[in-house]
Design a protein around this ligand. Structure first.
Ligand code: HEC
Length: 131
């Protein structure tokens, strides 16, 4: 609108120019929107996906939350797992025990009570039993 008024005042209403202004404005809005969405997703990505109940497989829940210490195979042979002396959780661990430890944490293992809803913790425990 600004462009239109300015051009009209100068007595050479150039519609090409107005198009240019509009295009630039749109581009700017798009870029801003994408940047904002990108930033938001960095902050809220995982917790939002979980909170919204989007289907995430038990295996990927395990990989996202546990594998850095316990390893994809549960044997805890990762750098961090060795350093913290994480337990080997392969071999069909009892789901009640896993649920309890994951919910409350133990020693250097963090509690997941605030990070994951109880239903996801149960799914992970079910997956751990298959390791
Ligand atoms: C920051 C590293 C870390 C992460 C992440 C982590 N753990 Fe642990 N975990 C540990 C450590 C260290 C122990 C040993 C705790 C102790 O007894 O001192 C442990 C112990 C356990 C135990 C007890 C095993 C037993 O036989 O008593 C279970 C079960 C377990 N973790 C499951 C999980 C699951 C499932 C996840 C993912 C939701 C997870 N852990 C994430 C470090 C971690």
């Amino acid at each position: 609108m600004d462009g239109l008024q300015r051009d009209a005042g100068r007595k050479y209403p150039s519609f090409d120019n107005i198009g240019g202004v509009m295009k630039r404005t749109w581009k700017l809005m798009l870029v801003t929107a994408f940047a904002a969405a990108g930033l938001l997703s960095i902050f809220f990505n995982r917790t939002e996906a979980v909170a919204a109940g989007k289907p995430v497989s038990p295996r990927s829940l395990y990989v996202q939350n546990c594998a850095r210490c316990h390893g994809a195979d549960g044997k805890a042979q990762t750098t961090l797992g060795r350093k913290l002396e994480a337990d080997d959780i392969s071999g069909g661990l009892n789901t009640a025990k896993t649920t309890r430890v994951v919910t409350n944490g133990r020693g250097s293992m963090p509690s997941f009570k605030r990070k994951l809803p109880a239903a996801k913790i149960r799914q992970i425990a079910g997956y751990v039993r298959t390791l």
